[in-house]
Design a protein around this ligand. Structure first.
Ligand SMILES: [Zn+2]
Ligand SMILES: [Zn+2]
Length: 277
């Protein structure tokens, strides 16, 4: 992706949305001067903080902007849980040593706290769907960072139950993912996105109660048989990337991975926008 893509997403959103209110704290946002253009010709390896500043400037005041915390290494090589000590080499965490996971790896873009938590709430519960594109771009940059060398055949968003979908009007994970082909087309070498976006291959058959406030055991129980693979032929033998907005205890990712694996997926990898600590 070229630096232009990053600037374009930031700028077009700024133009479209001023004047407005900070999505995180509600204070009035002054239009930012456009002097924060990326200096690198290739934005793929920009620090995520810098990318965040570019794509979120239409939505945030300066104070909230500075509140972004990316997930940094070292972290568990399986579930992506960050380790406290920065001198730790990446290895498996205690939980991944004691309990085998159905997914091969899980990675996330940001820590689920502060401004990211508020933005995700605005996006999911207040209908702020304009955030789908900047969120999608951050997710895409995290994808390039963590999965560039891997063969990923298809991307699947964690599905909503149709009743939840009807109330909310959109699947927040899928809405972010839908922007990916647009980002990939902007690659300087002209290559497109070689990952198929599979929209209905995985479905949610149980309208699970809110997981908020539940511990891992309850969440796992809550999730049991919540998902099903509708089109195994689109899953079997493929390396699947599962997209979610927030990775909390991993019970949703685990249950989705379990059914994808049972449907014959070769590998399942998880990518989420944010990760609870
Ligand atoms: Zn603010
Ligand atoms: Zn782990």
């Amino acid at each position: 992706m070229s630096a232009d893509t990053l600037s374009r997403v930031g700028r077009s959103l700024s133009d479209a949305l001023f004047p407005k209110i900070c999505y995180a704290c509600g204070s009035f946002v002054r239009p930012a001067e456009d002097k924060t253009r990326p200096s690198l010709s290739d934005s793929d390896l920009l620090p995520l903080e810098t990318a965040f500043t570019h794509v979120m400037r239409a939505f945030l005041c300066t104070d909230c902007m500075a509140d972004f915390v990316p997930v940094r290494p070292p972290f568990c090589s399986r579930c992506g849980r960050p380790f406290k000590s920065s001198i730790d080499e990446s290895h498996l965490c205690g939980d991944c040593i004691s309990r085998k996971k159905h997914f091969s790896s899980a990675r996330a873009c940001a820590v689920y706290q502060g401004v990211v938590l508020k933005l995700i709430h605005a996006y999911k519960y207040q209908g702020k769907t304009a955030l789908a594109e900047p969120f999608g771009l951050l997710l895409y940059l995290a994808f390039i960072r963590h999965f560039a060398g891997k063969q990923i055949d298809a991307a699947v968003a964690v599905p909503l139950h149709y009743r939840r979908l009807r109330t909310r009007g959109y699947n927040q994970a899928l809405l972010m993912l839908r922007h990916w082909p647009g980002f990939a087309e902007k690659n300087r070498d002209g290559s497109g996105l070689e990952i198929a976006i599979e929209t209905d291959a995985l479905i949610r058959r149980k309208n699970t109660a809110s997981q908020t406030g539940l511990g891992r055991r309850e969440r796992t129980k809550n999730m049991k048989n919540a998902f099903a693979v509708k089109s195994p032929q689109r899953i079997a033998g493929r390396n699947i990337l599962l997209i979610d907005d927030v990775y909390t205890t991993g019970s949703t990712s685990e249950e989705c991975s379990r059914v994808l694996e049972r449907a014959g997926a070769a590998e399942v990898h998880i990518l989420s926008l944010a990760r609870a600590m």
